[in-house]
Design a protein around this ligand. Structure first.
Ligand code: GRG
Length: 334
């Protein structure tokens, strides 16, 4: 099994920020705040967050805030619930949540809750976040336009919980909506009746964990569905018959961790798969061995290793997707 090239990954992440004209930076332009969350959380998991200038990052983040209280993906871009979560997560990483007008952000999030308890992504109603994620990736450029409200439910709940303002949304209705997306296979889809997908399952299980509602999950049934995502190479796919992808090391493993079934997959084989996806020369992790690396897969590969308790990687919280010490600082002040 190859070595874990932690130092190279740190160098790669720091270099993405500097290469403003290359392909990855250009396609990331409109979702830069989300990319910042991926890169900076990876640095923190590797104990290297101090390699960036915190004041510079915070000042840029605050310039992405809109008068509505929401944040855009970059300066001058429209606000969206996903970038608002990324902004809050990055401020939490730097222990700078105090720069926020919490009421303003909370009122932006609560304004996006619909009558049925679900959330819209922005004032226009909906954008599928798979599109947001896939269009930055050199290997994926798909426009996927199905409704995806329960994904926004996770984003809203995670964000408002970090701000300790869960009382500003209707949690009961939000939970009811998420539960209505549960399928007979134990998984969750984008909308009621939608196909179970590991990314979606993370969102639903994460939101249920944060709101203390995990009793709605059939843990054994969902555990089976999730551990069947492991394929021969050791990697995990996101749904039956699909190719493995490093990002599912996060979406699947975090869900298994939250329902206490993480030992139902072969952790050693998954570690081997993630390490095979590294560019050991220039740093970064790709979706599958020998593909081009990007910052999204680098984050989710390292986050997967964290859940597998890989040496030298800090522990990550499976629901908040932030280092455990950051989550403890938010909720317990230490
Ligand atoms: C704070 C970690 C964190 C997340 C914020 C954006 C978000 C909340 C969750 C997204 C969950 C999700 C749907 C992940 C899957 C993303 C992805 C790469 C989907 C690809 O979809 P397909 O259909 O993939 O192209 P498969 O693998 O099924 O072929």
């Amino acid at each position: 099994m190859g070595e874990f090239a932690a130092d190279r990954h740190v160098k790669y992440i720091l270099s993405v920020e500097k290469r403003k004209d290359d392909f990855e930076s250009v396609v990331m332009e409109h979702l830069r705040l989300n990319g910042a969350y991926w890169g900076l959380t990876t640095l923190d998991l590797l104990g290297k967050l101090d390699a960036v200038d915190a004041d510079e990052v915070i000042s840029w983040i605050m310039q992405c805030q809109h008068e509505s209280g929401g944040f855009g993906g970059n300066i001058g871009h429209d606000p969206h619930i996903l970038y608002t979560l990324s902004a809050v997560q990055v401020l939490a990483l730097f222990d700078k949540l105090n720069v926020l007008d919490v009421n303003k952000v909370a009122s932006y999030i609560s304004s996006l809750q619909n009558e049925d308890g679900s959330f819209s992504g922005d004032m226009w109603g909906e954008v599928d976040t798979r599109y947001l994620i896939s269009c930055f990736s050199p290997v994926k450029n798909k426009l996927l336009k199905n409704l995806s409200y329960d994904r926004f439910s996770y984003i809203a709940i995670c964000c408002i919980s970090i701000l300790q303002r869960l009382d500003s949304i209707n949690v009961e209705r939000a939970v009811n909506y998420i539960v209505s997306c549960k399928n007979v296979d134990g998984g969750f889809g984008c909308t009621p009746g939608g196909e179970s997908h590991a990314g979606q399952i993370f969102c639903c299980v994460g939101a249920l964990a944060i709101t203390g509602s995990l009793h709605h999950v059939d843990k054994d049934l969902l555990g089976w569905w999730l551990c069947e995502r492991q394929v021969k190479s050791g990697g995990l796919n996101g749904r039956p018959e699909k190719l493995p992808d490093v990002c599912y090391s996060w979406w699947v493993l975090s869900s298994l961790t939250m329902i206490d079934r993480v030992d139902w997959i072969d952790g050693q084989k998954l570690v081997k798969f993630i390490l095979e996806c590294q560019d050991t020369e220039n740093g970064g992790i790709s979706d599958r061995p020998d593909d081009a690396v990007d910052i999204y897969h680098t984050y989710f590969g390292v986050a997967g290793l964290s859940l597998l308790e890989f040496p030298g990687v800090k522990a990550i919280d499976p629901a908040y997707a932030l280092p455990v010490d950051v989550v403890n600082r938010i909720f317990f002040g230490r």
